[in-house]
Design a protein around this ligand. Structure first.
Ligand code: SF4
Length: 80
């Protein structure tokens, strides 16, 4: 899986670093930075999902299949 951290909405709760400290570092004020390039090996998927789901402001975003699939699917036209 691949993730992205939107630092503009991170609010410094620190949940991500608690669940997956090897992928998130916190600055002196508790705001998170991503460690590495966002590529998460399958063995660490569960802890990353916990961090993602526990982030109160949804600053951790999973990139990948589901998003691409939605983008590739043409929207239904409700007017027809
Ligand atoms: S859990 Fe979310 S809000 Fe808290 S430090 Fe991590 S990214 Fe920021």
């Amino acid at each position: 899986m691949r993730i992205r951290l939107d630092r503009t909405i991170c609010d410094g709760f620190g949940q991500c670093a608690k669940h997956a400290p090897e992928y998130f570092s916190l600055d002196d004020w508790g705001y998170a930075s991503l460690v590495g390039n966002g590529e998460i090996p399958e063995k660490d998927r569960d802890k990353l999902m916990r961090a993602l789901l526990d982030c109160p402001v949804h600053a951790i975003i999973e990139m990948g299949a589901r998003t691409d699939q939605t983008r590739d699917t043409p929207a239904q036209d409700a007017r027809s």
